[in-house]
Design a protein around this ligand. Structure first.
Ligand code: HPA
Length: 238
């Protein structure tokens, strides 16, 4: 039984969907999974296991930010033999190349976090998505709605929702970053360290350039579509 998840071995499926918000984890379980059972409520960071189209799937909240996600990702890979984690989250659009409500499938995630800097000392590590999951998510996304509003590219996993030096993010945009969120870079790095698969799929919930924001209803709808894409991608190789 791990420290922060507290589930029994075998309680968690090889595929885990990971929203930041634990209430989203509950919503995914109640909306998409059959026979969903809650395996953890520790710190209110809910985790559920059920089935989707005959595949056993878990959904685990990560909390906000890379240190929080890292606790859950480490325990999932080390103690529960999880093979694939797909983050389903929101992100802020950083360039007019992406629009509000668009889907961003993160092929890579740069970061300002000290987590990777400490791990790699003077070296620059490039956290990348699992290619098989990425292709499957892209196929699932364009099968739904064509390639309009679907992007594959670099995102920026920041440690600060309220950055003290926002001018620095411009450099990330100049080097290809499409959107900002707070978790993917640690997820990709930790999955790589354990030889497992990871992907982050995010919908653009607010836009740093245009100032647009999605309504609560739009967030729910775009989130649901993203969950179906993640479930399709994660179970494609089963
Ligand atoms: N910044 C960081 N994370 C986010 C944002 C943002 O603007 N929007 C959604 N997640």
């Amino acid at each position: 039984m791990s420290t922060h998840i507290g589930a029994q071995p075998g309680d968690i499926a090889p595929l885990v969907l990971m929203p930041g918000d634990p209430l989203r984890a509950r919503w995914i379980a109640e909306t998409f999974l059959e026979d969903a059972r809650c395996y953890t409520e520790v710190r209110g960071m809910y985790g559920y296991t059920g089935t989707w189209q005959g595949h056993r799937v878990s959904v685990q909240g990560s909390g906000m930010g890379q240190p929080s996600l890292a606790i859950y990702a480490n325990e999932l890979f080390r103690e529960y033999d999880v093979q694939s984690v797909i983050r389903v989250g929101s992100c802020g659009g950083m360039t007019e190349k992406v629009g509000i409500r668009d889907l961003v499938i993160a092929s890579g995630a740069c970061t300002d976090s000290s987590m990777n800097r400490i791990t790699f000392e003077g070296l620059d590590y490039a956290p990348v998505a699992d290619f098989g999951l990425l292709c499957a998510a892209y196929d699932a996304a364009i099968a739904r709605a064509g390639d309009e509003g679907v992007h594959v590219g670099l995102i920026y996993s920041s440690d600060s929702f309220y950055p003290t030096r926002p001018e620095l993010t411009a450099r990330m945009v100049e080097h290809g970053a499409l959107a900002v969120e707070m978790e993917a870079s640690a997820l990709y790095t930790i999955a790589a360290r354990h030889g497992r698969r990871a992907l982050a799929v995010c919908t653009v919930s607010d836009h740093l350039v245009t100032g647009e924001e999605t309504s609560a209803l739009e967030r729910q709808e775009t989130f649901g579509a993203m969950v179906e894409i993640a479930l399709t991608a994660g179970t494609a190789q089963d």
